[in-house]
Design a protein around this ligand. Structure first.
Ligand code: NAP
Length: 473
């Protein structure tokens, strides 16, 4: 029951512990060590010390470690998924899906470890470049602090730990307070590989204490953070000259053009809006449907939403379970209330049942309502009517966020224009904005963050480009 940190390849106790509760049953599921600043500094020192050994590994060795880790996740798929369901209330079918993606993410990291290359520089293209030979090499940057959110406790950690190892860096991981068990299980798996001791460390505890110690340390060379915009901005303000990658929130939008086949689209929208209780950074939050299809879309969408199975996250048939905590649930309820006060209509849900926030559909929502202009991060989706695609594009762009957007259309010109005009990091044509595979470049504009994930892209951010020039005169 009492968990320990993983530092320098050893399991160490702490002086202070906090109870971890299941979001669904509220039962105590573990006691989690709460790191002091000194304990975090110890983990940083260990990672700092291990960086030379880590940097000396060959690409072959780093890839082999990641391949071994991939295999360990394949062997422990069910157990890893059950841990996610237990601590995050992610329904088991989605938790299994997350582990399948985690397996792919580490596999891609293993492959990319073998493809880290520099480039030849045509030195003699400059007047003073004759008889010079130049090239770049990509070198590891050293200690990386990874700070991760609760909503994908294995795969979003994999997006940081995988490329960090692939590039030859060392890591101190601080998982979200609600999902430390997945991070500690990862440590158990990594412990079985040939990764040098001290190259991967996990410290748990409060975001402020652990986060500040990581962000303020001179030995940490990069912060890779996934979480809310508010915390991300605070990290950037304190990080000084460190590299900072920020994967933040969004209020993802979708446009549905006229003349599309709703029978293919509606099931995707239901999944995009309600999987993991809408607690996904690219969850479908705002849907803009062309006038001609609006009524039919709402009808089909509502019918299918009402068929979702509500219940325990550990039950394989469950589609929707509890939100991460009651405070978040209360916030979501108050946002629905505000939208209604602004004139919105509740088509489904809008309330709780046995501690679960029911999948909620709102129409006629004002752009000034929080459920529209802020990140809702709850099983709530807006469906608004539009009379032109341009109106839909303008509505999606009218946001402080810009992570991904989707458009369903059969018109090539419409799709092409949307791909140019939508102010987001990724435009998904003929699918929901929630679509992601793990090797694609992924990251937002505006308050959705800076930097790209997707193994190749992250590795680039986790290395320093060094130039070498030879003089042959
Ligand atoms: P969060 O509250 O911002 O927490 C994220 C992480 O930051 C947690 O580990 C948290 O620790 C830590 N933290 C809190 N305060 C900190 C501080 N002052 N300094 C350093 N670290 C600190 O986010 P969340 O509620 O876990 O996750 C939901 C958010 O993540 C949403 O906004 C969602 O959109 C975003 N997200 C973005 C992506 C993406 O790829 N763009 C993917 C998934 C999620 P504690 O848990 O101990 O507070």
């Amino acid at each position: 029951m009492k968990k320990r940190f993983y530092v320098n390849g050893q399991w160490t106790s702490s002086e202070r512990y906090a109870e971890l509760h299941s979001p669904y049953t509220q039962e105590v599921i573990a006691e989690i060590p709460q790191a002091t600043r000194e304990e975090v500094e110890l983990a940083i020192n260990v990672a700092h010390h291990a960086r030379k050994e880590m940097a000396s590994l060959t690409a072959y060795e780093r890839a082999a470690i990641l391949e071994h880790l991939t295999q360990l996740f394949i062997d422990n798929r069910q157990k890893a998924a059950e841990i996610i369901s237990l601590e995050a209330a992610k329904p088991l079918k989605y938790a299994l899906g997350e582990i399948d993606r985690t397996i792919e993410t580490y596999k891609f990291a293993a492959e990319e470890a073998k493809r880290i290359t520099g480039e030849l520089i045509p030195m003699d293209a400059a007047k003073n470049g004759a008889d010079r030979f130049g090239y770049t090499i990509e070198q590891p940057i050293g200690v990386i602090a990874a700070i991760t959110p609760f909503n994908f406790p294995q795969n979003l950690v994999a997006h940081k730990v995988g490329p960090a190892i692939a590039a030859g860096n060392t890591v101190v991981l601080k998982p979200a307070s609600q999902t430390p068990l997945s991070a500690l299980f990862l440590a158990e798996l990594i412990d079985q590989t040939a990764l040098p001791k001290g190259a991967f460390n996990v410290v748990t505890g409060s975001g402020r204490t652990v986060g500040d110690a990581l962000v303020e340390s001179d030995k940490v060379k990069m912060i890779t953070f996934t979480g809310s915009a508010a915390v991300g901005k605070g990290i950037r303000d304190k990080a000084g000259l460190k590299k900072v990658a920020l994967e933040l929130g969004s209020n993802a939008g979708l446009i549905i053009d006229r003349n599309v086949d709703l029978s293919k689209i509606v099931p995707k929208c239901v999944m995009g809006a309600f999987s993991n209780q809408g607690q996904v950074c690219i969850s479908l939050q705002r849907t803009y449907v062309m006038d001609e299809l609006f009524d039919e879309f709402v009808e089909q969408f509502t019918t299918m939403t009402r068929q979702l199975v509500i219940g325990s996250p550990m039950d394989e048939s469950t589609d929707v379970s509890a939100m991460i905590n009651s405070g978040e649930q209360d916030r979501a309820l108050s946002w629905v209330q505000e939208a209604v006060e602004h004139g919105a209509e509740i088509i489904a849900g809008g309330t709780t049942e046995n501690g679960v926030f029911l999948p909620t559909i709102l129409t006629n929502v004002s752009t000034s309502s929080k459920v529209s202009c802020q990140e809702v991060f709850a099983p709530i989706v807006i469906v608004n009517r539009i009379t032109s695609i341009q109106e839909g594009i303008a509505a999606i762009n009218d946001s402080i966020y810009g992570l991904q957007a989707g458009i369903f259309t059969n018109d090539i010109k419409t799709a092409f224009n949307a791909s140019k005009e939508l102010d987001v990091g990724g435009v998904i044509i003929n699918d929901i904005p929630t679509y992601r595979v793990d090797q694609m470049p992924y990251g937002g504009v505006k308050e959705s963050g800076t930097g790209k994930e997707g193994l190749k892209y992250t590795i680039h951010e986790m290395t320093e480009t060094k130039l070498v020039v030879w003089n042959n005169q």
